[in-house]
Design a protein around this ligand. Structure first.
Ligand SMILES: *[C@@H]1O[C@H](CO)[C@@H](O)[C@H](O)[C@H]1NC(C)=O
Ligand SMILES: *[C@@H]1O[C@H](CO)[C@@H](O)[C@H](O)[C@H]1NC(C)=O
Ligand SMILES: *[C@@H]1O[C@H](CO)[C@@H](O)[C@H](O)[C@H]1NC(C)=O
Length: 452
């Protein structure tokens, strides 16, 4: 999701900034050692811990570990940052340079990393072939604020001993092969601001102990095998900006408590087994930018207040059992993408839909929408993608749709439409399939209309 990527980037910048207040003498060397005081050499204990890590890596195509030679690990060792005053390693940041599919480290994470006792940031990212378990010895890194081990091949369970990392703020283990349940012990790290365990094989329910993570701003559990209810206590995380639970097996109803998260910008509950109605109070999530609840078993109608959210630009409710009519679109002028396809929505398309003047992509396909296509839709000049297929629409495609010159894709297939297709670009250039299975549409790209 684009917005989560943006947030990740912000966090990455934060992370890069993190060790700089204790700028290592790697940085000092680069500017010719501006500081008069000689920096202490790197601590032998830290050097040994780093060499232990290096020994656990059987192959390295990134070239990083080739720079780890000589006695001073605070000197030219790539990815290593020391505190200039003490010579202790405070950050280890190893990332594969692009192209990422060609650069990797192969091996395992050595428990010796647990010996870097002054470490504040540990980043081993996108190394592709770093496998094996997350060493329990990492729990000795009690000064650690950021632990990013994403994009590797780490397997086994997340060690419960990580709960001893009392200073931890940012945790990402995304994109590995981790299994088992989330360790309840993490719930004790009250300063945690980010948890990202997306794209693993984790299962089970969210532990009740996570109720204590009241500082969380970012929680991404997507693309795993989690089950059970969406915990109501998530509503207590007042700083929460991103909640992504998509592509799991969460069941039950969407807790109304989520509707009190006034900092929430991105909410994705897509591809789960959630039932019940969309809580009407969701319209009070004033900060919401994107809302995805597609691929569940939600029923009831779309709360009108949702379409009034001023910052919302993306909404996907596709593939549910939503009924009722489309609400009058009253405000909500910011919406760019609206997908309500594959539900059981009835009623007519309200002519007020044209108030969604920023809409670029509108998908109403595979529903039970009746009545005519409102001519007011011709005012939606930002539309690029319009799918009204497989409904019960009647009448004509309004002639003034020829104003919709930005449309690149449209489908009117499978309705009961009749009359002349607007004879101008792009409507007369779409493939005939876009108009197939209607009552009596005619004109290009279909055969000419017959004079009555
Ligand atoms: C859902 O997650 C599984 C891993 O648990 C992954 O293999 C699959 O590709 C994901 N599906 C989607 C649509 O992202
Ligand atoms: C909405 O979700 C469905 C899958 O459930 C996906 O196929 C579709 O592309 C999404 N729509 C938009 C506009 O992103
Ligand atoms: C399209 O035509 C209808 C009436 O046929 C009119 O009410 C509407 O204002 C027109 N819209 C545009 C954008 O021309």
């Amino acid at each position: 999701m684009q917005l989560s990527a943006r947030l990740l980037r912000v966090l990455a910048i934060l992370l890069v900034a993190l060790p700089s207040r204790s700028a290592g003498h790697a940085a000092n060397d680069a500017v010719g050692g501006g500081d008069d005081r000689p920096s202490p050499p790197c601590s032998p204990a830290d050097r040994a811990a780093l060499l232990g890590f290096k020994a656990g890596v059987a192959a390295d195509t990134t070239g990083i570990l080739a720079t780890w030679a000589g006695g001073d690990c605070c000197g030219a060792w790539e990815g290593v940052t020391c505190d200039a005053a003490t010579g202790r390693v405070v950050a280890l940041q190893l990332e594969a340079p692009p192209p990422k599919d060609r650069h990797y480290m192969e091996g395992a994470l050595s428990p010796s990393l647990g010996g870097l006792e002054f470490l504040e940031a540990l980043v081993i990212r996108d190394m592709g072939r770093i496998g094996g378990a997350i060493p329990a010895a990492l729990s000795r890194l009690t000064r650690l604020r950021a632990l990013y081990l994403e994009g590797n091949m780490l397997a086994g369970a997340i060690p419960g001993s990580l709960g001893k990392l009392g200073s931890l703020q940012y945790l990402s283990l995304a994109g590995n092969r981790l299994e088992g349940q989330l360790p309840p012990e993490l719930g004790a790290i009250s300063g945690l601001e980010q948890i990202n365990v997306a794209r693993n094989r984790l299962s089970g329910a969210v532990p009740p102990s996570y109720k204590g993570l009241s500082r969380l701003a970012y929680l991404d559990l997507s693309n795993n095998l989690f089950s059970g209810a969406v915990p109501g206590f998530i509503g207590l995380f007042k700083n929460l900006a991103l909640l992504d639970l998509s592509n799991n097996s969460f069941s039950g109803e969407i807790p109304a408590s989520l509707c009190t998260l006034h900092s929430l910008t991105d909410l994705s509950l897509s591809h789960n087994k959630l039932g019940g109605q969309i809580p009407p109070q969701m319209g009070s999530l004033q900060s919401l930018n994107s809302l995805a609840m597609d691929g569940n078993m939600l029923v009831g109608s779309i709360p009108a207040s949702l379409l009034g959210l001023q910052k919302l630009w993306y909404m996907n409710l596709s593939r549910n059992g939503i009924t009722g009519a489309l609400p009058e679109f009253t405000r909500g002028a910011g919406l760019n993408w609206l997908d309500i396809s594959s539900n059981a929505i009835g009623g007519q398309i309200p002519s007020s839909i044209s108030k969604l003047s920023s809409l670029e992509r509108l998908d109403i396909s595979r529903n039970r929408v009746r009545g005519v296509i409102p001519a007011s839709m011709a005012e939606m000049v930002s539309l690029e993608w319009l799918d009204l297929s497989s409904n019960a629409l009647v009448g004509r495609i309004p002639d003034n749709f020829t104003r919709l010159t930005s449309v690149r894709h449209a489908s009117f297939r499978g309705n009961k439409l009749c009359g002349r297709i607007p004879q101008a670009k792009p409507f007369n250039l779409f493939r005939a399939a876009a108009y197939a299975h209607n009552l009596c549409l005619c004109g290009k790209p279909l055969p000419p209309c017959r004079k009555i």
